[in-house]
Design a binder for this molecule. Structure first.
Ligand code: HEC
Length: 125
């Protein structure tokens, strides 16, 4: 019994810092991530849907790729030959705000907050 109790105390001592650490990580993630529900509205209002499929996984208006499960998209080439290995938030921020050879920039019509929300929404597709 005694041994068990001590084990419990040791366990608690080990897990408390881990727990606090994960809370802190969650808080950081929340600050960066934005709100996917608002992001969906941004997606609709800024008419991303006109070129990008989000349901079938097949492009509805080539060369605009489908954005369904886009964070797991296998390596592929953009129109200018640039290779995407693995999609990241940073990469998408740049594409959306600055555009690419084949997609016009949207930076001028989006606030930082809307961009965060949009990125959070893209994670849910
Ligand atoms: C007029 C058509 C059009 C609209 C509207 C449009 N895009 Fe695009 N988008 C494209 C094309 C075309 C590409 C491919 C770019 C390339 O290959 O250079 C692309 C690429 C992308 C990519 C990279 C995807 C990948 O798999 O590499 C993302 C992310 C993206 N668009 C997000 C958006 C978002 C978010 C919006 C709305 C704010 C939007 N796009 C609006 C045409 C469009």
């Amino acid at each position: 019994m005694k041994g068990l109790k001590r084990g419990g105390v040791v366990c608690a001592a080990l897990f408390v810092p881990v727990f606090i650490g994960s809370l802190a990580a969650q808080e950081n993630a929340n600050i960066r991530k934005g709100d996917p529900v608002k992001g969906k509205q941004v997606y609709q209002v800024t008419a991303c849907w006109r070129c990008h499929d989000i349901e079938t996984g097949v492009s509805k208006r080539p060369p605009a790729p489908s954005l369904k499960d886009t964070y797991n998209r296998p390596p592929h080439l953009l129109v200018d030959g640039k290779k995407h290995m693995k999609h990241t938030d940073e990469m998408f921020r740049t594409i959306i705000t600055e555009g690419t050879k084949a997609m016009n920039p949207r930076g001028a019509v989006l606030t930082d907050e809307e961009l965060d929300d949009l990125i959070a929404y893209l994670h849910t597709l």
